[in-house]
Design a protein around this ligand. Sequence first.
Ligand code: BDR
Ligand code: CA
Length: 315
Amino acid sequence: MTSALPIIIDCDPGQDDAVNLLLAYASRDEFDILGVTAVAGNVPLEMTQRNARIISELAGADDIRVYAGCARPLVRELVTAHEVHGPTGIDGVEIFEPKIPLQPGHAVDFIVNTLRHAADDSVTLVPTGPLTNIAMALIKAPAIASKIREIVLMGGAMREGGNTSPSAEFNIFVDPHAAHVVMGCERPITMIGLDATHQVLCSPARIEPIKALGGASAGAVYRMLAFFNKHDTEKYDSNGAPLHDPCTMAYLINPQLFKTKKCNVEIETESPLTMGHTAVDFWRVTNRRHNINWVYAVDADGFFALLTERLARYG
Ligand code: BDR
Ligand code: CA
């Protein structure tokens, strides 16, 4: 048996971030979850850190260490997505005051200290929100970059266009400057943007089997996805909302579900019109460095089969 992969999940729950946490907690034989770090994004930081603890407690993952990170992007004002995720960020789940404590210390320091003490090329970072915490850690301690095995993140868009502005995806739009820092870190980065996640639709036929599992975790997933579905099916005129963030853990569990191409991706940080656009050189028309493993297709049925099988583990 191979040993569990050390990971840090950096997130802004958000229903889809929450589902990603539940997928990770159901897969602890494969992943050594060193910590969960929260960032401001879908909702403000006080909610994302609390939501991360609520989801951990719901899953019985009481030993998970949750840290609060940056309350706003590096340069710009925070933009949230309450209209998608509801007032709490995880509408669909009943909010309670979690017993799991917030860890003392800042998420950025946790990331820096954890990586400092890790072996080279050993820790995988899984960001599913704006990249503020990850960029801050790289700025604070550039030497930690060599400790990163891979960054598997949700963000960006090419063919699919933007979901927050005509040309930008939410996570990159919220903190384009942080994304710029991360793109330049010279470590392997797999980027799962809207081109891929818009193929992963929560259709009734795919989420009913999750409801049928019963139990607290699968029930919460079903209710969160049903909530999420209301907004997005109208917005995209689709048969279900795109399930973005759980593509990161699914990629780590079974990369064969995804099609990827190594190419250059740069971030627009200046133009007010296209701020946060990801310029993906998919056809390699420049000679810029292939800094990104760009995900462009997903076996969506395979993804839902995996998610449902993992959620069944909660019993
Ligand atoms: C991303 O934005 C957020 O609203 C979701 O949680 C996801 O990380 C999709 O654009
Ligand atoms: Ca997110």
